[in-house]
Design a protein around this ligand. Structure first.
Ligand code: SAH
Length: 296
């Protein structure tokens, strides 16, 4: 067991006391959806050119790394619509993926999944021009769609180069992360506690006809014992500690990745070593919406 591994249950101090071990990520700037929305509003007011155009321009320097990278073929027969923005969104999305790769995400299957999922279809049309900026954005109900980098990073860590069978996501939100997961795992279960967002995710995912996602409305802190064990569990909202029920629903050898903390948060990786043993390590800083109990 290394210095940043701990047995469970863990309390908050056991996580925050390890700050020395934190690796500062270039993208760890806490960027709230409110800030992004404010920038968006300001840009609209200033009558700037469409942000979609700005993104392409600002990522030209990354284009070479995009063309060098050979994405894995995703074996899926899913017809993902590129609706509306078509070719333009494909190019902008490739540039986004190149930036995510530049930030250190190496897993080609994950990068290919990011390239395949049209993120602009998961956010309201007024914000669609910002869909391929590396930022979280508001999706209503004080919640956000996660930053593309963090979605990719967490998926990469979860996968660890292996084929995932059954994964569980806590915090479906608009369904974007679930769609990304559906391309790297055989079965994806995702739970959302806000009924309106559960419905939003259903509506967003329906036209994509992704056959291996099951959406559940409920309290994700309880997990899905009827479907467990999972070989991967991913939390899209931060609690002060990882809920015990989720640790119990992790398969032996499985991985759980979760933001942990309050104002200061870190990504925590938990691996189930045996029936009664979990090893945990702290990765980078992050910024997520809070994990709440119960349903609304
Ligand atoms: N996965 C989303 C991110 C959504 S934000 C994406 O792809 O971008 C996090 C979500 O977690 C919010 O929708 C919030 O309502 C939800 N959440 C918070 N606590 C929860 C809980 N206990 N169970 C299920 N969902 C929860």
């Amino acid at each position: 067991m290394t210095a940043n591994e701990k047995r469970f249950p863990l309390n908050l101090s056991s996580v925050v006391d390890q700050r020395g071990a934190l690796r500062k990520s270039p993208t760890a700037m806490p960027q709230t959806a409110m800030q992004n929305a404010a920038i968006h509003t300001k840009n609209l007011k200033n009558n700037l050119p469409p942000l979609a155009k700005t993104v392409v321009t600002s990522s030209i320097s990354n284009a070479s790394s995009a063309s060098k990278r050979e994405p894995d073929r995703i074996s899926t027969n899913k017809a993902l619509p590129s609706a509306g923005m078509g070719m333009v969104s494909d190019k902008i999305r490739q540039a986004m993926v190149a930036r995510v790769a530049q930030q250190g995400v190496k897993d080609n299957l994950v990068l290919a999944a990011l390239e395949a999922i049209p993120r602009h279809l998961f956010i309201e049309s007024g914000l669609a021009s910002q869909a391929y900026i590396d930022a979280s954005l508001p999706i209503g109900h004080h919640q956000t769609i996660s930053q593309p980098y963090i979605v990719a990073r967490m998926t990469e860590i979860l996968r660890n180069g292996k084929n995932l069978q059954r994964v569980l996501e806590i915090g479906t939100g608009c369904g974007y992360q679930a769609a990304v997961l559906s391309l790297v795992a055989k079965e994806v279960y995702s739970i959302e506690r806000i009924k309106a967002l559960h419905e939003l995710a259903k509506n967003n995912l329906r036209p994509m006809r992704i056959a291996n996602i099951r959406l559940h409305y409920g309290d994700g802190m309880l997990g899905l014992p009827q479907v467990a064990p999972f070989d991967g569990i991913i939390l899209a909202a931060a609690g002060l500690e990882v809920p015990r029920a989720l640790l119990e629903q992790l398969a032996i050898g499985g991985r759980l990745i979760a933001p942990v903390g309050g104002r200061q948060q870190v990504l925590q990786l938990v691996e189930r070593v045996s029936q009664h043993e979990w090893a945990s390590s702290v990765l980078e800083q992050c910024h997520f919406v809070p994990l709440h109990q119960g349903v609304v």
